[in-house]
Design a protein around this ligand. Structure first.
Ligand SMILES: [Zn+2]
Ligand SMILES: [Zn+2]
Length: 150
């Protein structure tokens, strides 16, 4: 599958802990694609619920799977925007967006405020856990990794 930003670069698999999650990474721009159906299988709830995260706005990017326009949501507690396909629910994070989420999380951890980020029940929490797991996997940091919940 080609990167929605670079368009010509084929994205490669990014291993994550969850066997149901399909995460691809673009080696050129460093962005991540959370594949269609990944959110549904990981969240085990109707992905439609994600649309309450924020008011969506249109983007110029196009879904690499179904070629529909992506729309933009705000990652909770940050100013970071993530791009999502309204048809297949694939999710795109560019490298700058991922690093910004990581920096905010690190700052919260250092100042003892990461607990307000702690995943609770629900759709939003499951999305945060998936993004967290991917950040840890991609950048190899464990300092701000949430404790296992099982
Ligand atoms: Zn790219
Ligand atoms: Zn799509």
């Amino acid at each position: 599958m080609r990167c929605p930003t670079c368009e010509l670069t084929i994205m490669l698999d990014q291993p994550v802990d969850d066997p149901d999650a399909i995460v691809l990474r673009c080696k050129t721009c460093g962005g991540f694609w959370f594949g269609a159906g990944t959110l549904t299988s990981v969240l085990a709830v109707a992905v439609k619920g994600l649309k309450v995260l924020d008011t969506a706005e249109d983007t110029d990017l196009v879904c690499p799977e179904c070629l529909k326009p992506l729309y933009r949501l705000t990652y909770p507690q940050t100013l970071v925007r993530v791009d999502m396909c309204g048809r297949c629910d694939g999710l795109w994070l560019d490298a700058g967006e991922l690093k910004e989420i990581k920096m905010v999380r690190q700052h919260l951890a250092e100042t003892g405020r990461l607990s307000i980020f702690a995943p609770g029940p629900g759709v939003k929490a499951a999305l945060l856990r998936l993004i967290d797991a991917t950040i840890s996997s991609a950048f190899g940091d464990t300092a701000d990794r949430p404790r296992p919940r099982r």
